[in-house]
Design a protein around this ligand. Structure first.
Ligand code: NAD
Length: 467
């Protein structure tokens, strides 16, 4: 597969390129353009020009253009799902690339239907005060490799809906689906409204150049905390608006009244969705002493039947880890955890980039697999005896993206949820984000929110008109 980058509605001229590999087989699946400052400047410049007419449209016309983009993406779902599987590794089946495309279409559709009408703050004999929302101009989107198309949609659609234009830069590990997505969008959008640049991060760091670019008014970034902090630093000189969705180390707390059999499936998918390579996956599980062994047994019994294999095969429900660096991190954390706790399932690397679902009990805060974000298929289980202590241990993290509480007394579970220091808490499930609920992290997990009206507002400046 070789897709050109789209700049100003046209295929950008091809120069040097770089290879993309299928993590399931190690084989090259395609090549992407290796671009630099010149191509970035060209993309920003056409996006800036396009924003003049795009932002001048009526709200209804922006909404219907976004609805047309949504329909066109839906029509290309099967093709995009296959590209995602080939470059990312996740299976077509299960909660894999077809599911990712279903989410992408759902988010695109819902975001198209939102609007930010003028708010009348005051209207009396002292005067009328109106709050308007104005587009920013050019939005720079920087995405990671775990959900390449869904996260691109999360960034692009609210920007378009509010009258901004976009330059997107995907991860060097999964650029092909974004190159194709932007081609598809350009079939129904005016030239320059959505543009894409790709690079290998070796010859030139496009993300760093975007964060400092004087004509990009906002960066929406999803990725690691370390990179997000760099984005924030380089955005300072141009006072860019920022939405940063960064790493998490989400805790799940199983209360003593939980039913181990009933929660096993939810616990598994909360932790192992996309092989654990999910920002808001459950990355630490605290289980009450009284049901600890029963929960571990039920979880392991469910997990051992999940087929792991090449994502192009329909039988596969989980695929490989996406890249060598992530694989090595998971292998290091699991090897260390195995010396400290009890391996209940998995525990040793498989072939190539495959790593079996791994569950290790007998761990505690301070162990690396508990404290660090593993971003892979390995779940540490920590036994606790006092709920206050479990809450303290769950909150003992620099991150605060999501969390979950599991139990049969829902109001008791909600009371625990309110004491967790994180942006989202789920009861008897984990990571179930939805387009009508704002999503974002506290502490080092991010800045700002995505989704819903609150997320849409982050693509605008407020202007107040007093008359
Ligand atoms: P990463 O930070 O390495 O890369 C993310 C993006 O930043 C890539 O496109 C990369 O090319 C770009 N980049 C690299 N250097 C840059 C720089 N100096 N300035 C600007 N951009 C730069 O993250 P990753 O490894 O692709 O993704 C994994 C991480 O992302 C995990 O920590 C995970 O928790 C996090 N994540 C968070 C969310 C969320 O919504 N909170 C969602 C998915 C992933």
């Amino acid at each position: 597969m070789q897709f050109t980058a789209t700049i100003g509605g046209k295929a950008a001229s091809t120069g040097p390129d770089f290879a993309i590999f299928n993590p399931a087989t190690g084989q090259q699946v395609g090549r992407a353009p290796n671009m630099g400052q010149m191509e970035l400047d060209a993309a920003v410049s056409v996006a800036k020009t396009a924003s003049l007419s795009w932002s001048a449209q009526s709200d209804e016309s922006l909404a219907s253009a976004c609805a047309a983009v949504t329909a066109h993406i839906e029509a290309h779902s099967a093709e995009l799902a296959e590209i995602i599987t080939l470059e990312q590794g996740k299976p077509l089946n299960g909660l894999g690339s077809r599911w990712e495309m279903g989410g992408a279409a759902a988010w695109a559709g819902y975001t198209s239907s939102l609007s930010l009408p003028v708010k009348v703050l005051q209207d009396n004999e002292q005067g009328r005060v109106e709050q308007h929302r104005k587009p920013l101009g050019v939005v720079g989107s920087i995405t990671p490799w775990n959900f390449p198309v869904m996260i691109a949609i999360w960034h692009i659609m609210p920007a378009l809906r509010t009258g901004n234009t976009v330059v997107i830069k995907p991860s060097p590990l999964t650029p092909l689906s974004t190159l194709r997505l932007v081609q598809i969008m350009n079939e129904v959008l005016p030239p320059g409204v959505v543009n894409v640049v790709t690079g290998d991060d070796i010859a030139f760091n496009l993300g760093a150049a975007m964060s400092a670019h004087p004509d990009i008014r906002k960066i929406v970034f999803t990725g690691s905390c370390a990179t997000g902090q760099k984005v924030m630093q380089s955005a300072a000189s141009t006072m860019k608006r920022l939405t940063l969705e960064m790493g998490g180390n989400d805790a799940g707390i199983v209360l003593p009244d939980a039913d181990p059999q009933a929660i096993a499936e939810g616990l598994f998918w909360g932790a192992f969705i996309n092989n654990g390579q999910t920002c808001a996956a459950m990355k630490r599980l605290y289980v009450h002493d009284s049901i600890h062994d029963a929960v571990c047994d039920a979880l392991v019994a469910y997990a051992r039947n999940i087929p792991v294999g090449n994502g192009m095969e329909e039988a596969s429900i989980l695929g490989p880890i996406q890249n060598r660096m992530q694989f090595d991190k998971v292998a290091r954390l699991v090897a260390d955890a195995a010396t400290r706790g009890r391996v209940l399932l998995g525990g040793a690397p498989g072939e190539g980039l495959f790593f079996p679902p791994t569950i290790i009990a007998g761990l505690r805060n301070g162990d690396a697999l508990v404290d660090e974000e593993q971003f892979g298929p390995a779940l540490p289980v920590i036994r606790y005896s006092d709920v206050d202590e479990a809450i303290r241990l769950a909150n003992d993290s620099e991150n605060g993206l999501g969390g979950s509480v599991w139990g049969t007394d829902i109001s008791a579970a909600k009371a625990v949820a309110q004491r967790l220091a994180c942006g989202s808490v789920w009861i008897n499930k984990h990571g179930a984000i939805q387009p009508n609920a704002p999503f974002g992290g506290v502490k080092k997990s991010g800045l700002g929110v995505e989704f819903a009206e609150e997320g849409l507002a982050e693509y605008t400046d407020i202007q107040v008109i007093f008359s």
